[in-house]
Design a binder for this molecule. Structure first.
Ligand code: SF4
Length: 65
């Protein structure tokens, strides 16, 4: 199971990360520094996993860095 440190590290390295605030809930005005960039604030995160299934690939590439 992903821990919160991994969710953040992966999201910050993920080319597909899209902040949920961009969907128009009023949070999109936040600057990048104020966004909490983590997989669980990404539109692709669903039911505790990445629905476009790239989480594991990015986590693996981080491990190798
Ligand atoms: S949920 Fe998926 S697409 Fe979104 S940041 Fe995490 S790995 Fe990337």
């Amino acid at each position: 199971m992903a821990n919160s440190h991994q969710l953040r590290s992966v999201a910050q390295s993920c080319p597909e990360y899209t902040y949920i605030g961009n969907l128009g809930n009023g949070l999109s005005a936040l600057s990048n520094e104020n966004k909490d960039v983590r997989c669980d604030t990404c539109i692709h995160w669903e039911n505790g996993k990445c629905k476009i299934d790239i989480y594991d690939d990015i986590l693996t590439s981080l491990d190798q860095a």
